[in-house]
Design a binder for this molecule. Sequence first.
Ligand code: C5P
Length: 404
Amino acid sequence: MAFTGKRILLGVSGGIAAYKAAELARRLVSGGAAVKVVMTRAAQEFVTPLTFQALTGEEVATTMFGPGSEPLEHVALGQKVDALVLAPATANLLGKMAAGIGDDLLTTILLAATKPILVCPAMNCEMWANPAVQENVARLRDRGLTVLQPEAGELACGAVGYGRLPEPETILEALAKLVTPQDLAGRRILVTAGPTHEDMDPVRFLTNRSSGKQGYALAKVAWRRGAEVCLISGPSHLPAPQGVERLEVRSAREMLDAVLARFPQTEALLMAAAVGDYHPTSRAEHKIKRGSQELTVHLTQNPDILKEVAALKKRQVVVGFAAETRDLEATARRKLEDKGLDLIVANQVNRPDSGFAVDTNEVAIIGRKNLLVRLPLLSKEEVAAKVLDQVVALLPTRQGGKSA
Ligand code: C5P
């Protein structure tokens, strides 16, 4: 989980979206975080501190002075945590932050905070469009704060436009990035994912059971760690991971073209896609009719994308995946050699909880010089993190902070 062992301060200011902060607090806690909630006075008009206390198991901080407030809490709170998230951030809160005002507990904590701050504005669309608010947002961004763009849609006041609090998923991903070490900062990573569809006629195709989950997890975790990620995806129902550029392809040959176009600018390629090995030799122009008892379909071998890429490889780290039902490690090591790879992730696919379409995976990471890392059954995000650790170790170090 992205927030295991992390301490997060959730600042809630007084807009109607304050009720959505309760769901955010719950999701943070279920993601492994310890959450301290600080509410402004207006926020308490919308939601009670008790709601957050029940969800986080911690007392909610609301005032600088008076019973329950510790001396110098305003300095300590924003320094003891790993990150601060303001959701919702009202126009008033943005204005006070931009001007450096500290007239209540939350704004004073923010003045003294030394940890990353994620700002999630939510307000009426006219308010958001107001030049004063836009100038404040620009100032906060200039100072290095991450300010999310409110989403478009119907607002609580009935107006339609930009002003909605971003979805919890969007906030959690942005926050996960802020608390994750940026060991892939600025690295250009190319990931392939999903199955391919090889057309037989306008309605039928050959494919496989890949869902894209492992490749999408790699793209997501690489982005969290600071990489610029391009995800070349075969047909998949998964949403594009936040911050990631997704190129959608169908067939192995389309995937080859997309990979070759991007490979020269890439520092690491992770080929998690389950690329079809064959395509129907001819694609019928019209739907093939039911007729004789037997139908023979001729298949032609697809290009091996990794082998073609190996010929162009300069300093890139190239990672393949081997989905096998038997002789897993031996077969994977042979593929490592044959395809000229730096690493191969050997994937057990004949267990119900590992491989295609499930959320967990059991893999071994195999590399040059007899590298062998056998991993237990893990979530696909945890597998992605382990694979990326090996990639980081192989990436050439950069000179003068520029890409190698
Ligand atoms: O040889 P095999 O298909 O088992 O190798 C699997 C690895 O090769 C995966 O990383 C897969 O993405 C890649 N592959 C490829 N081109 C193909 C088939 C597989 O690059 N035509």
